[in-house]
Design a protein around this ligand. Sequence first.
Ligand code: ITT
Length: 199
Amino acid sequence: MQQLVFATNNAHKLHEVAEKIKDRLKILSLDDIGCYDDIPEIGQTFHDNASIKSHHVHQKYKINCFADDSGLEVDALNGEPGVHSARYSGKYGDHDANMTKLLRELGSNANRKARFRTVISLILNNEEHFFEGTVEGTIRHERAGTGGFGYDPVFQPDGYDKTFGEMTLEQKNHISHRARAVDQLVAFLNDPAIALNAS
Ligand code: ITT
């Protein structure tokens, strides 16, 4: 089976994506290729950050790979936390503190509209391709559920009465921003005209 590196340090994301793609490709983690670099996410957009991560791995390991950058955009906060989603509270990856800050910033604001966005940068045979997925929803006033990661307990996707935190991984994987972006990635990789070379 062909192999593709997913350049992420986030085990939840790796698991979500590997589940969707496992019949087609073996997904390798950064750990699998011995990459422990702290890749700086200093871009101003999701595209920039996804591209920084995929290029870093491709240049160093000469291997086909993809990276995603994702985040939550809240309308009443002018699109914040956006690219700052992981470190919104000041401490990288402190999901609980990030949600606390988000709920504080929104307060009792009636406009709770938000979306998760994912941009994937794939480097395949030395060419870069982008894929994007979004899921629209609202920010709850309080956390609900313990599933998923990040802002999942406060995000309720449109058309559902549960937060992502209350859904199973399978349910989230049907509708999430990352799933939608990955569906496009998989469709692209399944195109018979696409051949995966070694680098
Ligand atoms: P890598 O950069 O190593 O891939 P990360 O955790 O930093 O992992 P992202 O930059 O893509 O992941 O995402 C930034 C933040 O956006 C992440 O830490 C969460 O707070 C939030 N986020 C992204 N996808 C999410 C999801 O599916 N559910 C909840 N929160 C999410």
